[in-house]
Design a protein around this ligand. Sequence first.
Ligand SMILES: NC(=O)c1ccc[n+]([C@@H]2O[C@H](COP(=O)([O-])OP(=O)(O)OC[C@H]3O[C@@H](n4cnc5c(N)ncnc54)[C@H](OP(=O)(O)O)[C@@H]3O)[C@@H](O)[C@H]2O)c1
Length: 313
Amino acid sequence: MQQRTLGRQGLTVSAVGYGAMGTTFAYGPGDDSESIAAIRTAHALGVTHFDTAELYGWGTGERLLGTALAPIRDEVTIATKFGFTPETYAPDSRPEHIRQVVDASLRNLGTDSIDVLYQHVHDPAVPVEDVVGTMQEFVQAGKVRYLGLSNTDAEQIRRAHAVHPISVLQTEYSVFSRESEELFPTVDELGIGLVAYSPLARGFLSGAVQPRGAYAADDIRHQLEWWAPEHFDANVGVTAALTDIADAKGVQLSQLALAWVLAKRDDLVPIPGSRNRSRVAENVAAADIVLGDDEVARIDALSRQVRGKRAMG
Ligand SMILES: NC(=O)c1ccc[n+]([C@@H]2O[C@H](COP(=O)([O-])OP(=O)(O)OC[C@H]3O[C@@H](n4cnc5c(N)ncnc54)[C@H](OP(=O)(O)O)[C@@H]3O)[C@@H](O)[C@H]2O)c1
């Protein structure tokens, strides 16, 4: 698999990464042994970057990922995130909370160091200088290698980067969600790489999208605008037109969606999530698909027809 460099501090990972959120959070119940097999399949096919967070099951997701990667820990990079409180799911980046959560993440992952530590979401109650100053303590102690931010704005990125180099911004980016493009000038100027989360639009770009009633009661897609009854059919129409482009190229819709994200920037790594081995293999194979300028332009035009705002978090 081709490699991509994120930021200017030396972080280099596979062009397609793996997002582990769905193994323990957001998309209904999973099967842990299937999820572990899916994670190990990703590695066997060349994926070296794996993403989780405290939020994804309050430690459960980190433990599952740590278990899956334990035999191959030295061959991969692991990213995790702090920044929410379990009581209310509200932002919490107070320094004492960060210290507790990162120490717990190290234990949960069963590792001596976290490769990328993210602030998961901007916390309006804590100056970002204090947040990054606290993250930096872990770098100085050798417990964290690279710093990242997620779900934030240009001003916060700039202020954070002035305290300690930020290697990567993790932001939602897909054919369905292009709001992050407004941050591109800032990350270009500061030399920060991008990790694209929910690159399959939370499964809408999977070729197997269902009306929201088909998902489990605790599935977050019940709350997402793309699935709202007034938007759903129009968005299915967009995916049908995208599928025509995919069919003409002999690839899957999900692969076309990932290839489009990969084509947008060479300092960007998408982290699709799947709990299924064959779907993981499909996603990884997207790294080898090259889109022509005309194909990118047609997909760009269709992306403008998507209805409903992206979700955050
Ligand atoms: N920083 C943040 O705030 C934030 C927010 C959201 C996500 N993330 C990160 O980004 C990662 C990916 O995002 P995501 O999981 O929200 O969404 P995604 O990757 O856009 O889509 C995941 C959904 O698509 C399905 N899927 C995946 N590959 C497929 C394929 N080839 N064919 C058919 N269906 C497929 C998965 O189901 P199956 O599992 O059943 O295959 C799952 O329901 C997360 O795991 C997490 O690490 C970060």
